[in-house]
Design a protein around this ligand. Sequence first.
Ligand SMILES: NC(=O)c1ccc[n+]([C@@H]2O[C@H](COP(=O)([O-])OP(=O)(O)OC[C@H]3O[C@@H](n4cnc5c(N)ncnc54)[C@H](O)[C@@H]3O)[C@@H](O)[C@H]2O)c1
Length: 276
Amino acid sequence: MKIADLFKVDGHGVVITGGASGIGLGYAEALAGNGARVTILDVDAQALENETKRLQSAGMDVRGEVVDVTNHPALDKAIDDAARIYGKLDVVFANAGIDPGVGFVGDWVGSDRPRIPEGALENYTDERWNRVIEINMNGVFATIRAAVRHMKPRKFGRIIVTTSLAATRVEPAIGAAYMTAKAGIRNLMKSAALELAAFNITVNAIAPGYIITNIGGGHSKNPVEQKAVAKVTPMHRVGWPEDLYGIALFFASPASEFITGQEVIVDGGLGLGTAD
Ligand SMILES: NC(=O)c1ccc[n+]([C@@H]2O[C@H](COP(=O)([O-])OP(=O)(O)OC[C@H]3O[C@@H](n4cnc5c(N)ncnc54)[C@H](O)[C@@H]3O)[C@@H](O)[C@H]2O)c1
């Protein structure tokens, strides 16, 4: 067995939600850069246009469609379109997600972490709660459902969900709705894996730790915040979308074909606690 065959994604028909930025864009680069045919679905029309053009000009087979994952009929249609264009749907990354804003204490920066009234349970608005659940949880459900309609008859599929380190443990600076949604899709991933295993469809999750992207208005691009996070991360650095290339290719390729219902945490050891 050669590595090139083990990690082969060449010719795969792939859909990535939230692929116009950050982690999803990294998945697109990893897959399309290795010969997969990738459709990026994203609500940000401008970023979608810029990034698909950039990847196309680098010779990658990438197309984009503007879709909001909360619009389930539009999501169904976009996934149907991709499957029709490719003649099949091999891999789906259910990745689109947002950061709802504050938790009940301040962010990563500084040792003084004051309580934030806006993020306290008694003040948590329905609007904030529902928006995160709609995108980060219901959007993932709808993406998996649409994908399965194409994968089940072919008895083949690879579904990869972006959960979070925050699906595995609670953190005071992250909004309660975010952690609830991520823990929810973690269990959805396992339940779907159980249901779909007999159809040769694997369902797995990638749980990033702290990765520099545009999420939450791009606060992670602040060097002061990055320094604070690197300090408490055992590997003493922050993560980048490139740090997820390997696990994305692994779950999308034959290398993982007997693995389902699993979540891999990619966090430089952050979830283990602070070492030094
Ligand atoms: N960055 C991190 O540290 C981190 C950690 C753990 C998990 N995650 C998860 O990774 C995923 C990707 O986030 P990211 O950090 O790359 O953020 P990002 O903001 O850089 O990218 C997210 C993309 O999703 C799109 N999107 C948002 N709402 C959408 C909707 N309703 N419909 C379609 N597209 C939508 C955005 O336009 C954007 O292009 C999210 O699910 C996030 O929760 C991120």
